[in-house]
Design a protein around this ligand. Sequence first.
Ligand code: GLN
Length: 480
Amino acid sequence: MTKPLNELTITEAAHALRAGECTVRELWDACMAAAKERNPELNAYIELFDADEAAIAAAQERIDAEKNGGEAAPQLCGIPLAIKDNILIKGHIASAASKMLANYEATYDATVIQKLKEAGALFLGRANMDEFAMGSSTEHSTYGPSRNPHDPSRVPGGSSGGSASAAAAHMAIAALGTDTGGSIRQPAAHTGLVGLKPTYGAVSRAGSIALGSSLDQIGPLAKSVADAKLLFDTLKGRDSYDATTNPDGLFPPRAHGAHLRIGVPRSFIEDVDADVKQAFEDTLARLKHAGHTLVDIELPTSTYALPVYYVIMPAEASTNLARYDGIRYGLAKRGATLLDDYVETKTEGFGPETQRRILLGTFVLSSGYIDAYYRKAEAARDVLRAEYAKAFESCDVIAFPTTPSPAFAFGEKSTDPVSMYLEDIFTVTANLTGMPAISVPMGTAERDGVALPVGIHFTAPHGDEAALFKIGAAVTGETL
Ligand code: GLN
């Protein structure tokens, strides 16, 4: 093996374990050593866990059994992962990078964690994030921002920026994030990873700390399309603990030939940085050369996607965050009256961006404004969904750049919320429509003499993750 163990992909590490090129313990130690070395600078992890000796031994036993002709172990067996801090792991703190939940210890495993444990995966630690997953830079974490391993003076994206920084800096083999409006795909793009937001309801949300319940999905940040697919295949499925998970067979598989029709809404991407646009056009040209077809499409309602998202998402966030009242969970301040208890707890427990979203959300849901904002946004969401469904009559996937620019510098957008929200312009529609979407590395754009990764983004119809993996692999040159 020429690469250091911590730099392997899941499929490479699974092979190395079976070929006897390393043990589960050595793989864990390599990731943990890299994490200990780089975390003081990158702050990708809020906490690194002690080695779970029983889990390491059990994973090694399953691999040894396979080697000796016994039952095949899952590919994820013995693979160390970083887990975003809003996904519950029993016995560990899950803080969502908020002061509100700084001491909240999970009493059960999220369904995705249970599935990973059954597959024999290992957990290195809690990955940093924007507080309650609101943000695009990790600058809203109460534990300070994570840094981009390609240029530590820049953000790794957000809100799953810690997961992205950990995997991109090889402090984990891969990571889990959550995506409400782009929080897996945007950090994946900024750090050179593959990030998948599954179809709404494909993966159980049970045991993830809720942000926007009609938008949230858990998904992988990985070093290859094959790894993202492997994680998705492990995580997906109907779950009795999440009534919004899709029953098997809800979306019959679509038949695709070897080549896909790629819809390109060029009028919507005019404001993208020139070199990002060039990387996008070069990638499309490569795909065309490989036999895929480019189809011009129009998505006129897309210009409203961002304002629609920033009405619906705060509305749902304000509803979900109402539970942090100083009585049921987390931080509890006591004042002279019950109202004081609430005010003091929320004032101290929530950071400024969280408070801003709660204010926005309660405003758009208030009796005087619900028709003007929330209901109108829900109506526009239906139009967007119909527009995409129509577009998918003439194409199999829709392509955008994942973000208008490469990773930005700290402080560049944190004082101007609207400029931060503009980061999400290409990603939010997949959450609003519930459609699956992937970001795949498409080269680099140079800023201040540093080559920064940029990503290409594909959306597919509900349930058609297969199309995303196929086109993603065509971009990276993988054979799945
Ligand atoms: N950046 C978006 C926001 O701040 C997306 C967040 C997310 O996907 N969790 O809302």
